[in-house]
Design a binder for this molecule. Structure first.
Ligand code: NDP
Length: 435
Protein backbone atom coordinates (compact mmCIF):
# COMPACT_ATOMS: atom_id res chain seq x y z
CA UNK A 1 0.00 0.00 0.00
CA UNK A 2 2.79 2.39 0.94
CA UNK A 3 4.36 2.19 -2.47
CA UNK A 4 1.20 3.62 -4.05
CA UNK A 5 -0.08 5.79 -1.20
CA UNK A 6 0.04 8.88 -3.39
CA UNK A 7 -2.22 7.28 -6.01
CA UNK A 8 -5.75 7.39 -4.52
CA UNK A 9 -7.77 6.22 -7.54
CA UNK A 10 -5.40 3.32 -8.12
CA UNK A 11 -5.56 2.31 -4.46
CA UNK A 12 -9.36 2.50 -4.56
CA UNK A 13 -9.52 0.13 -7.54
CA UNK A 14 -7.02 -2.35 -6.06
CA UNK A 15 -8.72 -2.35 -2.66
CA UNK A 16 -12.11 -3.08 -4.19
CA UNK A 17 -10.69 -6.08 -6.05
CA UNK A 18 -8.65 -7.26 -3.05
CA UNK A 19 -11.72 -7.28 -0.78
CA UNK A 20 -13.42 -9.89 -2.91
CA UNK A 21 -10.46 -11.75 -4.39
CA UNK A 22 -8.35 -12.30 -1.24
CA UNK A 23 -11.05 -14.43 0.46
CA UNK A 24 -11.25 -16.47 -2.77
CA UNK A 25 -7.45 -16.95 -2.81
CA UNK A 26 -7.64 -18.10 0.82
CA UNK A 27 -10.15 -20.78 -0.13
CA UNK A 28 -8.13 -22.09 -3.10
CA UNK A 29 -4.73 -23.64 -2.44
CA UNK A 30 -3.34 -23.20 -5.95
CA UNK A 31 -3.23 -19.41 -5.51
CA UNK A 32 -1.64 -19.49 -2.03
CA UNK A 33 1.80 -18.06 -1.40
CA UNK A 34 2.33 -16.91 -4.96
CA UNK A 35 1.85 -13.18 -4.36
CA UNK A 36 -0.37 -13.26 -7.39
CA UNK A 37 -2.48 -10.18 -6.58
CA UNK A 38 0.63 -8.23 -5.59
CA UNK A 39 2.11 -9.03 -9.00
CA UNK A 40 -1.11 -8.02 -10.74
CA UNK A 41 -1.06 -4.67 -8.95
CA UNK A 42 2.38 -3.82 -10.35
CA UNK A 43 2.34 -2.70 -14.01
CA UNK A 44 4.61 -4.72 -16.27
CA UNK A 45 5.76 -1.42 -17.73
CA UNK A 46 4.95 2.30 -17.51
CA UNK A 47 5.99 4.69 -20.25
CA UNK A 48 5.91 8.45 -19.62
CA UNK A 49 6.93 10.94 -22.23
CA UNK A 50 7.02 14.56 -23.32
CA UNK A 51 4.52 15.65 -25.96
CA UNK A 52 5.60 18.99 -27.47
CA UNK A 53 3.24 20.50 -30.05
CA UNK A 54 2.56 23.87 -31.70
CA UNK A 55 -0.78 25.66 -31.16
CA UNK A 56 -2.57 27.87 -33.70
CA UNK A 57 -0.74 30.96 -32.46
CA UNK A 58 2.60 29.31 -33.19
CA UNK A 59 3.37 28.83 -29.51
CA UNK A 60 5.07 25.62 -28.35
CA UNK A 61 3.01 23.71 -25.78
CA UNK A 62 4.05 20.74 -23.67
CA UNK A 63 1.90 17.93 -22.33
CA UNK A 64 2.67 14.66 -20.62
CA UNK A 65 1.97 11.37 -22.38
CA UNK A 66 1.54 7.97 -20.72
CA UNK A 67 1.05 4.31 -21.50
CA UNK A 68 0.56 1.86 -18.64
CA UNK A 69 1.17 -1.72 -19.83
CA UNK A 70 -0.40 -3.55 -16.92
CA UNK A 71 -0.68 -7.24 -17.72
CA UNK A 72 -0.04 -9.39 -20.80
CA UNK A 73 -0.67 -12.85 -19.29
CA UNK A 74 -3.60 -13.69 -21.57
CA UNK A 75 -2.93 -11.49 -24.61
CA UNK A 76 -1.38 -8.25 -25.85
CA UNK A 77 -2.04 -5.10 -23.81
CA UNK A 78 -5.36 -3.57 -24.75
CA UNK A 79 -7.12 -0.48 -23.41
CA UNK A 80 -8.06 3.06 -24.29
CA UNK A 81 -6.29 6.41 -24.43
CA UNK A 82 -7.77 9.27 -22.40
CA UNK A 83 -7.17 12.96 -23.19
CA UNK A 84 -8.38 15.06 -20.27
CA UNK A 85 -6.78 17.70 -18.07
CA UNK A 86 -7.26 15.47 -14.99
CA UNK A 87 -5.16 12.60 -16.41
CA UNK A 88 -2.32 11.46 -14.15
CA UNK A 89 -0.54 8.21 -13.32
CA UNK A 90 -2.96 7.26 -10.55
CA UNK A 91 -5.99 7.51 -12.82
CA UNK A 92 -4.33 5.60 -15.65
CA UNK A 93 -3.07 2.85 -13.31
CA UNK A 94 -6.58 2.44 -11.89
CA UNK A 95 -8.01 2.23 -15.40
CA UNK A 96 -5.31 -0.21 -16.57
CA UNK A 97 -5.84 -2.41 -13.50
CA UNK A 98 -9.61 -2.53 -14.07
CA UNK A 99 -8.98 -3.23 -17.74
CA UNK A 100 -7.08 -6.44 -16.96
CA UNK A 101 -10.13 -7.94 -15.22
CA UNK A 102 -12.57 -6.54 -17.75
CA UNK A 103 -10.67 -7.93 -20.73
CA UNK A 104 -10.42 -11.29 -19.04
CA UNK A 105 -14.20 -11.28 -18.54
CA UNK A 106 -14.86 -10.74 -22.25
CA UNK A 107 -13.50 -14.27 -22.92
CA UNK A 108 -11.28 -12.77 -25.66
CA UNK A 109 -7.45 -13.06 -25.53
CA UNK A 110 -6.56 -9.52 -24.44
CA UNK A 111 -4.25 -8.27 -21.70
CA UNK A 112 -4.78 -4.91 -20.02
CA UNK A 113 -3.36 -1.43 -20.54
CA UNK A 114 -4.38 2.21 -20.55
CA UNK A 115 -2.82 5.49 -21.57
CA UNK A 116 -3.39 9.07 -22.50
CA UNK A 117 -2.38 12.60 -21.74
CA UNK A 118 -3.25 15.60 -19.59
CA UNK A 119 -3.99 17.42 -22.86
CA UNK A 120 -7.41 19.12 -22.75
CA UNK A 121 -9.18 18.89 -26.13
CA UNK A 122 -11.88 21.41 -25.15
CA UNK A 123 -11.79 24.56 -27.25
CA UNK A 124 -8.97 23.30 -29.50
CA UNK A 125 -9.22 23.59 -33.28
CA UNK A 126 -9.15 20.50 -35.51
CA UNK A 127 -5.62 21.44 -36.57
CA UNK A 128 -4.46 21.69 -32.97
CA UNK A 129 -6.01 18.30 -32.22
CA UNK A 130 -4.22 16.85 -35.23
CA UNK A 131 -0.85 18.33 -34.27
CA UNK A 132 -1.23 17.07 -30.74
CA UNK A 133 -2.25 13.55 -31.85
CA UNK A 134 0.67 13.37 -34.28
CA UNK A 135 3.10 14.52 -31.58
CA UNK A 136 1.66 12.00 -29.12
CA UNK A 137 2.05 9.15 -31.59
CA UNK A 138 5.55 10.30 -32.56
CA UNK A 139 6.66 8.72 -29.27
CA UNK A 140 3.96 6.13 -28.57
CA UNK A 141 4.55 4.28 -31.86
CA UNK A 142 7.78 2.77 -30.47
CA UNK A 143 5.92 0.95 -27.73
CA UNK A 144 2.80 -0.40 -29.42
CA UNK A 145 1.98 -2.82 -32.24
CA UNK A 146 -0.79 -5.16 -33.38
CA UNK A 147 0.73 -8.06 -31.40
CA UNK A 148 2.09 -6.00 -28.50
CA UNK A 149 -0.23 -3.25 -27.37
CA UNK A 150 -3.37 -2.04 -29.15
CA UNK A 151 -4.77 1.27 -27.82
CA UNK A 152 -8.33 2.53 -28.39
CA UNK A 153 -10.44 5.58 -27.46
CA UNK A 154 -11.71 6.78 -24.08
CA UNK A 155 -12.68 10.20 -22.69
CA UNK A 156 -11.58 12.86 -25.18
CA UNK A 157 -10.47 10.31 -27.76
CA UNK A 158 -13.02 9.43 -30.45
CA UNK A 159 -12.96 8.66 -34.16
CA UNK A 160 -11.27 11.98 -35.04
CA UNK A 161 -8.33 11.45 -32.67
CA UNK A 162 -7.94 7.75 -33.56
CA UNK A 163 -7.75 8.81 -37.22
CA UNK A 164 -4.96 11.32 -36.62
CA UNK A 165 -3.00 8.87 -34.47
CA UNK A 166 -3.44 6.02 -36.96
CA UNK A 167 -2.21 8.24 -39.80
CA UNK A 168 0.94 9.08 -37.88
CA UNK A 169 1.59 5.47 -36.84
CA UNK A 170 1.21 4.26 -40.41
CA UNK A 171 3.61 6.90 -41.66
CA UNK A 172 6.28 6.18 -39.07
CA UNK A 173 6.08 2.38 -39.34
CA UNK A 174 5.26 2.15 -43.04
CA UNK A 175 2.71 -0.56 -42.37
CA UNK A 176 -1.07 -0.82 -42.33
CA UNK A 177 -2.05 -2.94 -39.34
CA UNK A 178 -4.79 -3.03 -36.72
CA UNK A 179 -2.66 -1.22 -34.14
CA UNK A 180 -5.53 0.93 -32.90
CA UNK A 181 -9.22 0.09 -32.56
CA UNK A 182 -12.12 2.48 -33.03
CA UNK A 183 -10.93 3.14 -36.59
CA UNK A 184 -13.18 4.52 -39.34
CA UNK A 185 -15.16 1.95 -41.33
CA UNK A 186 -13.32 2.50 -44.61
CA UNK A 187 -9.90 1.98 -43.03
CA UNK A 188 -10.24 -1.07 -40.84
CA UNK A 189 -12.93 -0.15 -38.33
CA UNK A 190 -15.75 -2.39 -37.18
CA UNK A 191 -19.46 -1.79 -37.43
CA UNK A 192 -21.05 -1.39 -33.97
CA UNK A 193 -17.74 -0.35 -32.32
CA UNK A 194 -18.94 3.24 -31.68
CA UNK A 195 -22.18 1.92 -30.18
CA UNK A 196 -20.70 -1.05 -28.31
CA UNK A 197 -20.01 0.30 -24.83
CA UNK A 198 -23.40 1.99 -24.46
CA UNK A 199 -25.33 -0.86 -26.07
CA UNK A 200 -23.42 -3.42 -24.02
CA UNK A 201 -24.21 -1.58 -20.79
CA UNK A 202 -27.93 -1.69 -21.61
CA UNK A 203 -27.74 -5.37 -22.67
CA UNK A 204 -26.11 -6.14 -19.34
CA UNK A 205 -28.70 -4.15 -17.36
CA UNK A 206 -31.42 -5.93 -19.33
CA UNK A 207 -30.01 -9.31 -18.27
CA UNK A 208 -29.99 -8.16 -14.66
CA UNK A 209 -33.59 -6.95 -14.92
CA UNK A 210 -34.63 -10.28 -16.45
CA UNK A 211 -33.50 -12.09 -13.29
CA UNK A 212 -36.34 -10.16 -11.60
CA UNK A 213 -38.80 -10.71 -14.42
CA UNK A 214 -38.40 -7.05 -15.45
CA UNK A 215 -37.30 -5.17 -18.58
CA UNK A 216 -36.56 -1.63 -19.83
CA UNK A 217 -40.11 -1.26 -21.17
CA UNK A 218 -41.75 1.80 -19.64
CA UNK A 219 -38.93 2.42 -17.14
CA UNK A 220 -37.61 5.87 -16.26
CA UNK A 221 -33.86 6.04 -16.90
CA UNK A 222 -31.38 8.68 -15.76
CA UNK A 223 -28.05 8.83 -17.56
CA UNK A 224 -24.99 10.94 -16.78
CA UNK A 225 -22.53 12.08 -19.43
CA UNK A 226 -23.36 12.95 -23.04
CA UNK A 227 -20.33 11.48 -24.77
CA UNK A 228 -19.89 8.24 -26.64
CA UNK A 229 -21.05 5.86 -23.92
CA UNK A 230 -24.00 7.97 -22.72
CA UNK A 231 -25.31 8.58 -26.26
CA UNK A 232 -25.50 4.92 -27.22
CA UNK A 233 -26.74 3.77 -23.83
CA UNK A 234 -29.59 6.26 -24.33
CA UNK A 235 -30.18 5.03 -27.89
CA UNK A 236 -30.54 1.39 -26.86
CA UNK A 237 -32.64 2.19 -23.77
CA UNK A 238 -35.05 4.15 -25.99
CA UNK A 239 -35.26 1.25 -28.46
CA UNK A 240 -36.12 -1.08 -25.58
CA UNK A 241 -39.04 1.15 -24.63
CA UNK A 242 -37.57 3.14 -21.75
CA UNK A 243 -38.02 6.86 -21.09
CA UNK A 244 -34.61 8.54 -20.89
CA UNK A 245 -34.91 11.62 -18.70
CA UNK A 246 -31.40 13.08 -18.32
CA UNK A 247 -28.00 13.58 -19.92
CA UNK A 248 -25.13 15.64 -18.52
CA UNK A 249 -21.64 17.01 -18.93
CA UNK A 250 -19.13 18.34 -16.44
CA UNK A 251 -21.08 21.65 -16.19
CA UNK A 252 -24.53 20.26 -15.31
CA UNK A 253 -27.44 18.15 -16.53
CA UNK A 254 -30.61 18.45 -18.60
CA UNK A 255 -33.94 16.93 -17.54
CA UNK A 256 -36.63 16.32 -20.15
CA UNK A 257 -39.80 15.05 -18.53
CA UNK A 258 -41.29 14.02 -21.88
CA UNK A 259 -38.27 11.79 -22.43
CA UNK A 260 -35.34 12.18 -24.81
CA UNK A 261 -36.62 10.36 -27.89
CA UNK A 262 -34.73 9.32 -31.03
CA UNK A 263 -35.12 12.71 -32.69
CA UNK A 264 -33.93 14.60 -29.62
CA UNK A 265 -31.00 12.21 -29.25
CA UNK A 266 -30.01 12.84 -32.88
CA UNK A 267 -29.84 16.53 -31.97
CA UNK A 268 -27.62 15.74 -28.96
CA UNK A 269 -25.28 13.69 -31.17
CA UNK A 270 -25.00 16.53 -33.65
CA UNK A 271 -24.47 19.01 -30.80
CA UNK A 272 -21.76 16.97 -29.05
CA UNK A 273 -20.00 15.19 -31.90
CA UNK A 274 -20.11 17.74 -34.71
CA UNK A 275 -20.62 21.16 -33.12
CA UNK A 276 -18.73 20.09 -29.97
CA UNK A 277 -21.13 22.15 -27.87
CA UNK A 278 -22.34 21.87 -24.26
CA UNK A 279 -25.35 19.89 -23.06
CA UNK A 280 -27.17 23.00 -21.85
CA UNK A 281 -27.61 23.99 -25.50
CA UNK A 282 -30.26 21.22 -25.59
CA UNK A 283 -32.65 23.85 -24.23
CA UNK A 284 -32.12 26.07 -27.28
CA UNK A 285 -33.93 23.41 -29.32
CA UNK A 286 -36.14 21.91 -26.59
CA UNK A 287 -36.99 24.78 -24.22
CA UNK A 288 -39.49 22.69 -22.23
CA UNK A 289 -36.59 20.76 -20.70
CA UNK A 290 -34.77 22.19 -17.70
CA UNK A 291 -31.05 22.64 -17.11
CA UNK A 292 -29.52 22.18 -13.68
CA UNK A 293 -26.06 23.73 -13.48
CA UNK A 294 -23.24 22.24 -11.43
CA UNK A 295 -25.16 19.11 -10.38
CA UNK A 296 -25.34 15.42 -11.27
CA UNK A 297 -28.72 13.86 -12.15
CA UNK A 298 -28.92 11.39 -9.23
CA UNK A 299 -31.54 13.42 -7.38
CA UNK A 300 -34.17 12.75 -10.04
CA UNK A 301 -36.85 10.05 -9.63
CA UNK A 302 -36.00 6.99 -11.72
CA UNK A 303 -36.17 3.21 -11.99
CA UNK A 304 -32.76 2.70 -13.60
CA UNK A 305 -29.54 4.75 -13.35
CA UNK A 306 -26.71 4.52 -15.88
CA UNK A 307 -23.64 6.56 -14.83
CA UNK A 308 -21.73 7.08 -18.09
CA UNK A 309 -19.45 10.09 -17.47
CA UNK A 310 -16.42 9.55 -15.24
CA UNK A 311 -14.93 8.05 -12.07
CA UNK A 312 -16.37 8.86 -8.63
CA UNK A 313 -19.32 10.83 -10.01
CA UNK A 314 -21.86 9.07 -7.76
CA UNK A 315 -21.24 9.09 -4.00
CA UNK A 316 -22.92 7.46 -0.99
CA UNK A 317 -25.40 10.33 -0.57
CA UNK A 318 -26.39 10.12 -4.23
CA UNK A 319 -26.81 6.37 -3.82
CA UNK A 320 -29.06 6.85 -0.80
CA UNK A 321 -31.20 9.30 -2.76
CA UNK A 322 -31.48 6.91 -5.71
CA UNK A 323 -32.52 4.02 -3.47
CA UNK A 324 -34.98 6.21 -1.55
CA UNK A 325 -36.54 7.32 -4.84
CA UNK A 326 -37.11 3.71 -5.88
CA UNK A 327 -34.23 3.14 -8.29
CA UNK A 328 -33.88 -0.64 -8.58
CA UNK A 329 -31.03 -1.07 -11.04
CA UNK A 330 -27.68 0.68 -11.54
CA UNK A 331 -25.35 -0.36 -14.37
CA UNK A 332 -22.05 1.50 -14.78
CA UNK A 333 -21.23 2.63 -18.32
CA UNK A 334 -18.26 4.63 -17.07
CA UNK A 335 -15.27 3.19 -15.21
CA UNK A 336 -15.66 3.28 -11.40
CA UNK A 337 -18.30 6.06 -11.37
CA UNK A 338 -19.68 4.87 -8.03
CA UNK A 339 -17.57 5.51 -4.93
CA UNK A 340 -17.00 2.57 -2.53
CA UNK A 341 -19.58 4.14 -0.18
CA UNK A 342 -22.17 4.23 -2.97
CA UNK A 343 -21.57 0.58 -3.85
CA UNK A 344 -22.09 -0.33 -0.20
CA UNK A 345 -25.44 1.50 -0.18
CA UNK A 346 -26.59 -0.38 -3.30
CA UNK A 347 -25.51 -3.73 -1.87
CA UNK A 348 -27.13 -3.09 1.50
CA UNK A 349 -30.37 -2.11 -0.23
CA UNK A 350 -30.11 -5.35 -2.27
CA UNK A 351 -30.74 -3.54 -5.56
CA UNK A 352 -29.25 -4.66 -8.86
CA UNK A 353 -25.79 -3.14 -9.24
CA UNK A 354 -23.28 -3.82 -12.05
CA UNK A 355 -19.68 -2.57 -11.83
CA UNK A 356 -18.20 -1.05 -14.99
CA UNK A 357 -15.69 -3.82 -15.50
CA UNK A 358 -18.63 -6.12 -16.23
CA UNK A 359 -21.30 -3.84 -17.68
CA UNK A 360 -19.11 -1.63 -19.89
CA UNK A 361 -16.94 -4.46 -21.23
CA UNK A 362 -18.85 -4.43 -24.54
CA UNK A 363 -16.61 -1.65 -25.83
CA UNK A 364 -13.35 -3.49 -25.47
CA UNK A 365 -15.01 -6.76 -26.49
CA UNK A 366 -16.01 -5.18 -29.79
CA UNK A 367 -12.50 -3.76 -30.11
CA UNK A 368 -11.41 -7.39 -29.82
CA UNK A 369 -13.80 -8.21 -32.65
CA UNK A 370 -12.29 -5.35 -34.68
CA UNK A 371 -8.84 -6.91 -34.12
CA UNK A 372 -10.12 -10.30 -35.31
CA UNK A 373 -11.60 -8.76 -38.45
CA UNK A 374 -8.32 -6.88 -39.13
CA UNK A 375 -6.27 -10.07 -38.77
CA UNK A 376 -8.64 -12.02 -41.00
CA UNK A 377 -8.92 -9.04 -43.38
CA UNK A 378 -12.71 -9.32 -43.41
CA UNK A 379 -15.59 -7.10 -42.31
CA UNK A 380 -18.56 -8.60 -40.49
CA UNK A 381 -22.07 -7.18 -40.89
CA UNK A 382 -23.77 -5.01 -38.29
CA UNK A 383 -26.00 -7.89 -37.27
CA UNK A 384 -23.08 -10.28 -36.92
CA UNK A 385 -21.11 -7.96 -34.65
CA UNK A 386 -24.20 -7.05 -32.61
CA UNK A 387 -25.05 -10.73 -32.08
CA UNK A 388 -21.50 -11.43 -30.89
CA UNK A 389 -21.66 -8.43 -28.58
CA UNK A 390 -24.98 -9.61 -27.11
CA UNK A 391 -23.60 -13.08 -26.52
CA UNK A 392 -20.46 -11.74 -24.84
CA UNK A 393 -22.53 -9.53 -22.50
CA UNK A 394 -24.72 -12.49 -21.62
CA UNK A 395 -21.67 -14.66 -20.93
CA UNK A 396 -20.21 -11.96 -18.67
CA UNK A 397 -23.54 -11.74 -16.85
CA UNK A 398 -23.56 -15.49 -16.33
CA UNK A 399 -19.95 -15.48 -15.06
CA UNK A 400 -20.92 -12.81 -12.52
CA UNK A 401 -23.78 -14.99 -11.30
CA UNK A 402 -21.53 -18.05 -11.16
CA UNK A 403 -19.02 -16.37 -8.86
CA UNK A 404 -21.19 -13.74 -7.20
CA UNK A 405 -24.39 -15.46 -6.10
CA UNK A 406 -24.89 -15.09 -2.34
CA UNK A 407 -26.57 -17.50 0.05
CA UNK A 408 -29.71 -15.34 0.20
CA UNK A 409 -30.01 -15.46 -3.61
CA UNK A 410 -28.74 -11.89 -4.15
CA UNK A 411 -26.06 -11.55 -6.83
CA UNK A 412 -23.02 -9.50 -5.83
CA UNK A 413 -21.91 -8.57 -9.35
CA UNK A 414 -18.79 -6.84 -8.00
CA UNK A 415 -17.58 -10.02 -6.38
CA UNK A 416 -18.63 -12.10 -9.37
CA UNK A 417 -16.82 -9.91 -11.89
CA UNK A 418 -13.67 -9.63 -9.81
CA UNK A 419 -13.31 -13.35 -9.21
CA UNK A 420 -14.26 -14.42 -12.73
CA UNK A 421 -11.79 -11.90 -14.16
CA UNK A 422 -9.08 -12.89 -11.69
CA UNK A 423 -9.20 -16.66 -12.20
CA UNK A 424 -8.32 -16.62 -15.90
CA UNK A 425 -5.43 -14.15 -15.53
CA UNK A 426 -4.11 -15.83 -12.38
CA UNK A 427 -4.14 -19.28 -14.01
CA UNK A 428 -2.19 -17.93 -17.00
CA UNK A 429 0.35 -16.24 -14.73
CA UNK A 430 0.82 -19.41 -12.70
CA UNK A 431 1.36 -21.43 -15.88
CA UNK A 432 3.96 -18.91 -17.09
CA UNK A 433 6.05 -19.03 -13.89
CA UNK A 434 7.46 -16.04 -12.04
CA UNK A 435 6.24 -13.32 -14.40
P1 NDP B 1 -16.46 11.05 -23.96
O1 NDP B 1 -15.28 11.91 -23.95
O2 NDP B 1 -17.13 10.72 -25.23
O3 NDP B 1 -17.58 11.65 -22.98
C1 NDP B 1 -17.32 11.87 -21.65
C2 NDP B 1 -18.54 12.48 -20.99
O4 NDP B 1 -18.35 12.52 -19.58
C3 NDP B 1 -18.77 13.91 -21.42
O5 NDP B 1 -20.14 14.19 -21.36
C4 NDP B 1 -17.98 14.69 -20.37
O6 NDP B 1 -18.43 16.00 -20.18
C5 NDP B 1 -18.25 13.87 -19.14
N1 NDP B 1 -17.13 14.03 -18.19
C6 NDP B 1 -15.82 13.78 -18.44
N2 NDP B 1 -15.08 14.08 -17.37
C7 NDP B 1 -15.95 14.53 -16.44
C8 NDP B 1 -15.79 14.99 -15.13
N3 NDP B 1 -14.58 15.06 -14.55
N4 NDP B 1 -16.91 15.35 -14.45
C9 NDP B 1 -18.15 15.28 -15.02
N5 NDP B 1 -18.34 14.87 -16.28
C10 NDP B 1 -17.27 14.48 -16.98
O7 NDP B 1 -16.01 9.70 -23.20
P2 NDP B 1 -16.68 8.27 -23.20
O8 NDP B 1 -18.16 8.39 -23.31
O9 NDP B 1 -15.94 7.42 -24.15
O10 NDP B 1 -16.31 7.74 -21.74
C11 NDP B 1 -17.15 7.92 -20.60
C12 NDP B 1 -16.80 6.89 -19.54
O11 NDP B 1 -16.95 5.57 -20.08
C13 NDP B 1 -15.35 6.95 -19.02
O12 NDP B 1 -15.34 6.57 -17.67
C14 NDP B 1 -14.66 5.88 -19.85
O13 NDP B 1 -13.49 5.39 -19.21
C15 NDP B 1 -15.75 4.83 -19.89
N6 NDP B 1 -15.61 3.84 -20.96
C16 NDP B 1 -15.57 4.21 -22.28
C17 NDP B 1 -15.47 3.25 -23.25
C18 NDP B 1 -15.54 3.59 -24.69
O14 NDP B 1 -15.64 2.66 -25.50
N7 NDP B 1 -15.54 4.86 -25.09
C19 NDP B 1 -15.31 1.82 -22.91
C20 NDP B 1 -15.46 1.53 -21.50
C21 NDP B 1 -15.57 2.52 -20.59
P3 NDP B 1 -17.46 17.23 -20.61
O15 NDP B 1 -17.61 17.33 -22.10
O16 NDP B 1 -17.99 18.38 -19.85
O17 NDP B 1 -16.06 16.84 -20.19
Amino acid sequence: EQRNAHEPEFMQAVREVAETVIPYIMEHDIYHGKNILLRMAEPERVIMFRVPWVDDKGEIRVNRGFRVEMNSAIGPYKGGLRFHSSVNLSILKFLAFEQVFKNSLTTLPMGGGKGGSDFDPKGKSDNEIMRFCHAFMAELFRHIGPNTDIPAGDIGVGAREIGFMFGQYKKLKNEFTGVLTGKGLSWGGSLIRPEATGYGTVYFADSMLKTKGESFEGKRVVISGSGNVAQYAAEKAIVLGAKVLTLSDSSGYIYDEDGIDEEKLAYVMELKNVKRGRIKEYLEKYPKARYVAGKTPWGEQCDIALPCATQNELNDKDAQTLVKNGCACVAEGANMPSTPGAVEVFHNARILFAPGKASNAGGVATSGLEMSQNSLRVGWTREEVDERLKKIMLDIHNSCIQYGKQEDGYTDYVKGANIAGFVKVADAMLAQGVV
